[in-house]
Design a binder for this molecule. Structure first.
Ligand code: GEK
Length: 242
């Protein structure tokens, strides 16, 4: 796995963060060293796919990047006739994701689709995964996407939503941001790298509170919603359609 050193040298002008070939090339290393609990979200998605994918249904991995969640599901799904739809709008990610699928040995069929998740039809789904993707969608468009996911799920279907979050209390918000930065430093990122990445993501990754996410999921039509994992300002929820 190539090491992420994209923000190691000083950048004169920090453009917005883009999911281009440079990022795709180091993404596996970047996300593991940047997102506390990332490995836990992937292994739990694998567990949930084994439990909840229904026969002859679809599992969606929206914002699939290199296909980590897709591959985890592919190796754990027990039900017959399940198809995985992996979607990302970055050409570089989709290209590498397809290579990862092609060199993988599991047999569950996977369609890797290059598209905006907002334009993809969701139907006959038993599991929808948004593992750190909704945070990149404009806030005012998030409800429509979650409604579409809920409408496309079968009864008993589940949605996993993992996100970076903020805290209503400014003191606790600062504490959790600081704990996250310590996590990144412990994983080898310098103060300069942390600061430059933070500023590049500033306008494109918009975190909300856990309560905002819960409220929106209920508004989208889900019947049971709660957090199953949290570490600092990163959390994952499960939402159930009755
Ligand atoms: C994982 N889920 O490894 N449509 C499609 N894809 C999008 C959109 C959009 N509108 N916006 C962003 N993306 C993965 C990790 S990364 C999280 C997800 C992160 C894609 C974007 O191209 C990128 O690949 C992914 O969402 C977000 O489990 O980088 O913090």
């Amino acid at each position: 796995m190539s090491r992420d050193d994209i923000y190691a040298a000083p950048h004169d002008q920090l453009g917005e963060f883009v999911f281009d070939a440079r990022v795709a090339n180091v993404f596996g290393d970047m996300i593991q060293r940047s997102v506390p609990g990332y490995a836990t979200t992937i292994s739990t998605i694998s567990e949930l796919a084994a439990r909840y994918c229904q026969p002859n249904s679809k599992a969606y991995d929206l914002g699939c990047s290199l296909g980590a969640a897709t591959l985890a599901m592919r190796h754990s799904i027990q039900a017959e006739g399940v198809e995985i739809i992996a979607v990302d709008n970055s050409a570089a990610m989709v290209e590498r994701c397809q290579l990862n699928i092609d060199t993988d040995t599991a047999t569950v069929p996977v369609s890797v689709v290059m598209a905006d998740v907002q334009d993809v039809e969701i139907s006959n789904a038993s599991l929808v995964i948004l593992n750190f993707t909704l945070q990149f969608i404009a806030v005012e468009e998030r409800l429509a996407l979650l409604k579409k996911a809920c409408d496309g799920l079968r009864p008993g279907g589940k949605l996993v939503l993992s996100e970076k979050v903020i805290f209503p209390d400014p003191y606790l918000n600062d504490l959790n941001i600081d704990l996250h930065h310590r996590f990144k430093k412990a994983h080898g990122y310098s103060d300069l790298e942390i600061a430059q990445k933070r500023s590049a993501l500033d306008n494109m990754l918009i975190p909300e509170t856990v309560e905002q996410h819960k409220k929106r999921l209920v508004e989208a039509g889900f019947d049971r919603v709660d957090v199953w994992f949290q570490c600092f300002n990163f959390m994952s929820m499960i939402a159930v359609k009755a």
